[in-house]
Design a protein around this ligand. Structure first.
Ligand code: FAD
Length: 403
């Protein structure tokens, strides 16, 4: 194999290139991305960067890294088509990039529900550095922000805006916050935490229409017939995987580009990773994760397969974090199928929730409890009885397992 092309220069695309070199790949690596500039981290966009605006700290590596590692970076250009018979990627400017293996790392884009009025000035989204820079600038002149969507990104932004003294309303159509990813118990804890920050959180409140005057946003009309006034609206209602390129090339696509346990698509010359792919969990059920950990671990797994010829299935324990004000939420495992939640002892009375399915630990949610989180990552799958014997203390259970 002499030439690997990677489409997407986000977290996963960057990591694939870096890991290929770390594993000893000596052929050509071409990274194609439609955003301007060097690959950067997205998580700080709604956290530290939104608060302090320091863009240089976002870069995953400085320019010299790409030169030293002989990684060719084609920025500001979009892969428009894949010719699978000829094994060639064509970009919008007509350039052709032949490949021996192709890695799709196209990520996801903000999903905008069909709420009328979104064209008004002052309606923003948050996915890229360009989005974040614009939003940050606007925030400086904002008196009242409205966040549509009570998920991770909307709530992280809400916390930063509150800390900057801006009045914030969060509209969440579902009955609880971060409902797709958290236990009801942790959702309830964060509801109180955001209210304590002074955020007006409205559950069961969908946005019906964005109101404006002279082209500028003035508020949001909600499903409970109230108009919330505001001069900035952030649409944070989730993302959709970028699958168009793969779909047009005839690859199998579901909720993401479908890959097998080794992260190969329906074409053995093409892998996919990160936010854009739907991969099987060890029990075979398909999942698509939106997390740095998944993008990075997928990339490493693919690099090992391509360079060392490994054939094992991807089985890393998922983990995730979100900083909301002074609260660092960390999640180990996947709790969406849990049938029981137990509150465990945490440091300084911080919440630690253990999520079980069929009496086995499937996920652990913690706040400001790094030690418990690290222990949890190693305890996923442990029988409930074993944890119960340790008084549900995670560090104690881990020590007992080691003894
Ligand atoms: P991305 O990083 O989205 O990269 C995909 C890249 O491909 C993009 O640059 C896209 O423009 C480009 N692209 C798409 N199609 C094409 C094409 N045809 N041609 C060329 N380029 C293309 N995760 C966490 O774990 N913890 C957090 O706290 C956290 N916070 C976040 C905060 C924000 C504001 C955002 C937006 C995300 C956050 N995430 C967080 C999620 C995390 O950033 C993503 O899961 C991760 O970036 C996924 O990496 P990826 O490589 O799959 O996709």
């Amino acid at each position: 194999m002499s030439r690997i092309v990677i489409v997407g220069t986000g977290q996963g695309g960057f990591q694939a290139a870096a890991s290929l070199r770390q594993e000893g790949f000596e052929g050509e690596i071409i990274l194609i991305g439609d955003e301007p500039g060097l690959p950067y981290q997205r998580p700080p966009l709604s956290k530290a960067y939104m608060a302090d605006g320091m863009a240089d700290r976002l870069l995953l590596k400085p320019a010299a890294f790409y030169e030293r590692a002989s990684i060719t970076l084609r920025e500001r250009t979009r892969a428009a088509a894949i010719d699978r018979d000829r094994r060639v990627v064509t970009t919008v400017d007509g350039a052709e990039y032949p490949y021996d293996h192709l890695i799709l790392a196209t990520g996801a884009s903000t999903f905008r529900p069909p709420i009328p009025g979104q064209e008004a000035d002052g309606v923003e989204e948050l996915r890229t550095l360009e989005d974040a820079a614009r939003l940050r600038q606007r925030l400086a002149d904002t008196r009242q922000a409205i966040v549509i969507g009570g998920g991770f990104i909307g709530l992280e932004f809400a916390a930063v805006a509150r800390a900057a003294g801006v009045a914030v309303t969060v509209l969440e159509a579902a009955p609880r916050l971060m409902g797709r990813a958290l236990s009801p118990e942790m959702s309830a804890w964060f509801l109180e935490a955001h209210r304590a920050m002074g955020t007006d959180v409205r559950l069961g409140a969908g946005a019906r229409r964005i109101e404006s005057a002279d082209g500028k946003v003035t508020g949001v009309d909600t499903s409970d017939q109230k108009v919330i006034p505001g001069d900035l609206v952030l649409i944070a209602t989730g993302v959709r995987p970028n699958v168009g390129l793969a779909e047009a090339a005839g690859l199998t696509v579901g909720n993401g580009i479908v890959v097998d346990g080794t992260l190969l698509t329906s074409d053995p010359a093409i892998s996919a990773l990160g936010d854009c792919c739907s991969f099987p969990l060890p029990d075979g059920s398909p999942v698509r994760l939106e997390s740095v950990q998944a993008a990075v671990d997928h990339a490493r797994h693919i690099a090992r397969r391509l360079v060392k010829g490994t054939t094992d299935s991807y089985a890393a324990v998922p983990w995730f974090w979100s900083d909301q004000g002074k609260h660092k939420l960390q999640i180990a495992g996947l709790g969406t199928t849990a049938d029981e939640v137990v509150r465990a002892p945490g440091p300084d009375d911080q919440p630690v929730f253990l999520l079980f399915r069929d009496n086995r630990l499937v996920a652990v949610e913690t706040v400001n409890a790094a030690g418990e989180h690290m222990a949890a990552r190693r305890l996923i799958g442990t029988p409930k009885a074993v944890l119960e014997a340790a008084g549900f203390g995670l560090k104690q259970a881990l020590n007992a397992a080691k003894a």
